[in-house]
Design a protein around this ligand. Structure first.
Ligand SMILES: Cc1cc2nc3c(=O)[nH]c(=O)nc-3n(C[C@H](O)[C@H](O)[C@H](O)COP(=O)(O)O)c2cc1C
Length: 354
């Protein structure tokens, strides 16, 4: 017999847990059963034993050799990918009435336990100038989409605070005054409606601004309050060198006017969607928020750069995030640049070599 290849084991409260992540089943295994699986995994031909029948009933053992499907990443990614596919649910078989009833009952059931949606950081409040929507009104959509390109050569020229304010308000802030259709129907409104879509309307993203050279804003780290459109000072300082180190030495962040670390408040998402599949939503949400930010910055005449490569723990320390329920996911940089995707330092080496 063959051991189900889609099982991992871990210890919990003194028990061996076998997690069949493909079939979404978990078992607490007595040692004897675990040892039997270990023996089968040696590809030995064993004398049949009564344990085998039970293990086969739980699909931990199978009679046929499971097909070996191509997978280029390590087993951790496989566990997550397969383990969050095809989650058992009967929702697809329900008619719209039943479907709605189940959904509303579910929402009602969790509504009392909602976490605090408004993230407030301690610190000095810095008012932002009113967003200047006029800066964006005459932009041609296709021109903006075409102009959005990753730049890796920034000049260090300053960006006015009005531009940063407009960017934050339009792409990550309370662009829509009200969540009208929810409010008109007496439905619970937890956050703010924004320019980007968000799984379940949750908007788990938080934005931390690193001001390098913003006219009217002291260099430093700030949290953006997306509900009330103001900044909270986390710390003042010139952090360009430190940020480049945090971004794994990507020196082309030099000369940015400002950067935005996007984090995700996981606690908001797992409150509504407790299955680990919702981790995908966390990443997708940040991707949407990021693209809106990039396009808005482009429409404001700025050049942009982006990266998901950084020391997560150190970034969270840098942003003074003290909870494990909020995690750094992405970084966006903006400023004035020369529109080159290949940094001059790299171009120089390439030219020397050719
Ligand atoms: C999820 C994601 C991660 C990225 N990570 C990096 C990165 O670590 N460093 C970098 O210089 N560019 C990064 N980029 C930028 C891409 O290299 C860039 O978007 C791509 O080459 C296409 O070029 P374009 O943005 O000019 O269209 C990333 C982009 C995305 C969407």
């Amino acid at each position: 017999m063959f051991v189900n290849p889609h099982v991992f084991f871990f210890l919990k409260d003194g028990e061996i847990i076998a997690w069949d992540y493909k079939n979404h089943q978990q078992f607490a295994l007595e040692k004897l059963y675990f040892e039997r699986l270990v023996d089968w995994s040696k590809e030995a031909v064993l004398e049949p034993a009564p344990l085998d029948k039970e293990l086969a009933e739980g699909a931990l053992l199978c009679a046929q050799q499971p097909p070996n499907k191509e997978w280029g990443w390590d087993v951790l990614a496989q566990i997550y990918h397969i383990g969050t596919r095809d989650i058992a649910t009967n929702l697809g078989e329900l008619d719209p009435q039943q479907w709605t009833k189940e959904y509303l009952e579910y929402c009602q059931g969790i509504s009392q336990e909602a976490p605090e949606f408004h993230t407030k950081r301690e610190g000095e409040v810095i008012e932002l100038p009113s967003p200047n929507l006029g800066l964006l009104k005459n932009q041609n959509f296709l021109d903006v989409v075409k102009a959005r390109k990753t730049c890796r050569s920034f000049t260090g020229a300053p960006v006015p605070l009005e531009y940063l304010s407009t960017l934050l308000y339009v792409s990550l802030g309370p662009l829509h005054d009200r969540w009208q259709d929810l409010e008109d129907n007496n439905l619970m409104v937890l956050g703010v409606r924004k320019a980007s879509p968000s799984g379940g309307g949750i908007h788990p993203e938080e934005a931390y601004i690193i001001a390098f050279n913003v006219e009217g804003l002291e260099p430093g780290v700030y949290h953006y309050d997306a509900q009330q459109h103001y900044l909270t000072l986390i710390k003042k300082g010139e952090f360009e060198k430190q940020v480049i180190e945090l971004l794994l030495g990507q020196f082309f962040a030099k000369g940015l006017a400002f950067g935005i670390f996007l984090t995700s408040r996981f606690d908001k998402i797992w409150w509504k969607y407790p299955h680990s599949r919702a981790y995908r939503v966390a990443l997708l949400d940040i991707g949407h928020a990021s693209q809106t930010t990039l396009l808005t910055a482009t429409a404001l005449g700025l050049q942009t750069w982006l990266t998901g490569a950084f020391y997560d723990s150190k970034v969270e320390e840098f942003l003074e995030i003290k909870t494990s329920t909020e995690s750094s996911i992405f970084f966006i940089g903006a400023g004035y640049g020369d529109n080159q995707s290949i940094p001059p330092e790299i171009l120089k080496i390439l030219q020397e070599e050719s």
